[in-house]
Design a protein around this ligand. Sequence first.
Ligand code: NAP
Ligand code: ZN
Length: 346
Amino acid sequence: MIQAKGYAAQNAETDLAPWGFERREVGPHDVQLEILYCGVCHSDLHQIKNDWFPGLFPMVPGHEIVGRVIKVGDHVKNFKVDDLAGVGCMVDSCQVCENCKEGLEQYCLEGNTQTYNNLDRSGVPTYGGYSNTIVVREEFVLHISDKLSLAATAPLLCAGITTYSPLRHWKVGKGHKLAILGLGGLGHMGVKFGVAFGADVTVLSTSPSKEAAAKALGAHHFVVTSDPAQLEAVKGSFDFILDTVSAEHDMNLYLSLLKTNGTHICVGAPSEPMSIHTFSLLLGRRSVAGSGIGGIKETQEMLDFCAEHNIVSDIEIIDIKNITAAYERMLKGDVRYRFVIDMATL
Ligand code: NAP
Ligand code: ZN
């Protein structure tokens, strides 16, 4: 076994702290990475706090992983030692169901294997990227360009693909009015992709202080959602709302901002169910949809698109010892726009 070190939560009540654990040996189809940076997603916080479901502890979070290949198995075809590489939210899937065959491994009919807080297909717990090394089967490892800042590329592995995939699926682009609801890690990537695809982009935010930054990211308009006059002015005006909010919110209010035939796409994952009044949908033939991360092929396509168009995340690099303080700031919406752990501080 490979001896690894990382930061783990021992249960849902404790803060993350240093922890030593084992990873499997590199098998014939595996790639081993030295992890250099790992992004901090709100999903990490949801999971260590058992927000969604009882987690598997000890838990090493982290699914926005970038690093360098240090070992490859004998049958690995597409990676060699010293390559830059990344790992996102999944490390395995059945590979044979109709969704996997279509490149939609995130919707694997047997369930994909999550990078952490999950059991792998042999029943061993998975541990995420707040650690020095990881072993992953080749099919779930992504190529990372050396043209972009490596640290700022890490959040693309989750925040990036989670916003890119639905915008591509619904073919959002020129002629569309797109609202990004919530300007955090996912939201700011949604702005960048929406602008890159040619949409007219409005940020809907609870934080008036984010207006200048939203415009700097490329947003064309900014609406403070606590201001009734500003909301009234955009009623019935959007083709799409990309909802990245991490906590419960008033769906009926936001649905009223959609045009006829508009679509509200949920990517944020609040722990509690939210109620929708039927009238919010039938008056205007509106739809509510959801989207989960993206498949491996599409994640590589997104990474290549970002390399070509010089798109990365806006980040604040942190020392892993400050992870608990970073979570507290994330909960207050005080992050511009993604914390990334420098794994040299482990
Ligand atoms: P984040 O950086 O904390 O951003 C969330 C933003 O939502 C905040 O910055 C804030 O923006 C807004 N917000 C927070 N609480 C709110 C409230 N009560 N009412 C209205 N707005 C509120 O989080 P993230 O990492 O982007 O993740 C966002 C959500 O997506 C999380 O639930 C996460 O688990 C989920 N997620 C889903 C997928 C998927 O596959 N679908 C993948 C990754 C993450 P303003 O200050 O602008 O209001
Ligand atoms: Zn995530």
